[in-house]
Design a protein around this ligand. Structure first.
Ligand code: ATP
Length: 205
């Protein structure tokens, strides 16, 4: 089974993915894959260079330069996304060729990047804005305003919720969310339960 996981920053995707990895899932982190490709994939770099002359210098992407172009121009951003989404999807497909029994694709752009087509189930992880701000501040030591700006630049929870098969809302404690994830795994039939985990389903938890 291939699960597609999406949602904004600080919503709890990594927390869910760790639990999926505990269940034996192959985890495909598309952000990490994209950054690996920028270092290794000459075809990707030449596509970017062809569309954005001057942003690749001596085989290295000048990220700030590219960022300045695409954030000022929505058409340029969609052109870049078309190039990068195709490269990431190809790499994800290559990694899935070994046909793992369970895999999770983690991508904020899961829905627009064509990755959802590879998934049996898509899951939106969402959480109240204030909780996300607080979690990002604690995790990264950033200011309230910076965390809020990052969150507000991303699609809203409702967009993820409307387009995914399942929604896991992370609005209580970390332990409550982890339990919710395990209950979800049981529901979709991927739970590899063992004696130490069984107690989590006791009523008083
Ligand atoms: P990003 O996309 O920015 O990596 P994410 O969606 O992967 O974010 P996580 O890394 O899972 O989010 O969660 C953000 C931080 O908040 C982590 O440090 C995590 O341990 C913590 N966290 C997650 N859920 C809760 C919760 N319910 N209560 C308290 N802390 C939480």
């Amino acid at each position: 089974m291939i699960l597609g996981i999406t949602g904004g920053s600080g919503s709890g995707k990594t927390t869910l993915l760790r639990l999926l990895a505990d269940q034996g899932a192959m985890v495909l982190d598309c952000d990490g894959i994209y950054h690996d490709l920028l270092r290794q994939d000459n075809e990707l770099l030449s596509r970017i260079a062809a569309r954005f002359p001057g942003v690749v210098q001596e085989g290295t992407l000048q990220r700030k330069k590219l960022g300045a172009i695409v954030f000022a121009d929505p058409q340029a951003l969609s052109a870049l996304n078309a190039i990068t989404h195709a490269a990431v999807k190809k790499e994800v497909q290559r990694r899935l060729e070994s046909r793992p029994p369970l895999a999770a694709i983690d991508a904020i752009g899961l829905l627009e990047g064509g990755l959802a087509e590879l998934c049996d189930i898509t899951v939106a992880v969402t959480a109240p804005r204030q909780d996300r701000i607080r979690r990002l501040m604690a995790r990264e030591g950033i200011s309230d305003a910076y965390a809020a700006a990052r969150i507000d630049a991303q699609p809203q929870d409702q967009e993820f919720e409307a387009q995914c098969d399942y929604v896991l809302r992370n609005e209580g404690s970390l332990a409550q969310f982890q339990k919710k994830c395990l209950v979800f795994f049981q529901r979709i039939g991927i739970m590899r339960i063992n004696a130490s985990e069984r107690s989590i389903f006791d009523d008083d938890n």
